[in-house]
Design a protein around this ligand. Structure first.
Ligand code: 5GP
Length: 190
């Protein structure tokens, strides 16, 4: 199978990385397909199994860990497991496409380590922790407890930014989208 490229977008939750990833997915010339992760949390809002995530029980997830089916996996939040299945990357590469990931910082760095040549690892930086709080509250799909958990994790994640190939500062969404587009376009040419 011909390997495509792996485009990783990692960031604290609420930094706007999902919006940027969706924007890039709309650009046909980039030949991108979204890597659907396995996750043990409950679907939020309009999320669908097999589109946003492969939702599964913790038991099923642990079976996949044991069978070494994951490229990477993390217990991103306590009792909430997320992971990239090897079959997902293979599915997308088999179509001759590049894979785009919206995953946490540790998972992103793990993919870069496993596939150093094929991967572009991008960190999306939010303007500030305060701004992150406002964005997460606006989204209002979660309890205050869960929001606080995400914010505590964000401070730790921000410190890993220098380990990525590039950092995009998401102070203005349109500028960040354009910057992301140009980075990916240049990388897939290589
Ligand atoms: P959410 O619950 O908001 O959808 O995702 C929580 C966090 O888990 C986000 O930072 C998201 O990017 C990350 N995530 C989603 N899928 C994966 C994955 O397959 N692996 C890892 N390591 N993190 C993931």
């Amino acid at each position: 199978m011909k390997k495509g490229k792996l485009i990783v977008f990692s960031a604290p939750s609420g930094s706007g990385k999902t919006t940027i990833v969706r924007h890039l997915l709309g650009k046909e010339e980039l030949d991108l397909e979204f890597s659907i992760s396995a996750a043990t949390r409950e679907p939020r809002g309009e999320e669908k199994h097999g589109k946003d995530y492969y939702f599964m029980s913790t038991e099923e997830f642990k079976k996949h860990i044991k069978a070494e089916d994951f490229v990477e996996w993390e217990e991103v939040y306590r009792d909430n497991f997320y992971g990239t299945l090897k079959s997902e990357v293979e599915r997308i590469w088999a179509k001759g496409k590049n894979v785009i990931f919206d995953i946490d910082v540790a998972g992103g760095l793990r993919i870069k380590k496993k596939f150093p040549e094929e991967t572009l690892a991008v960190f999306v930086k939010p303007p500030s922790i305060d701004e992150l709080k406002i964005r997460l509250k606006k989204r209002s799909t979660e309890s205050d407890d869960k929001i606080n958990m995400r914010i505590a994790k964000a401070s730790v994640e921000l410190a890993t930014a220098p380990q990525f190939d590039t950092v995009i500062k998401n102070y203005d969404l349109d500028t960040a989208k354009e910057e992301a587009y140009n980075l990916v376009k240049d990388f897939i040419k290589k």
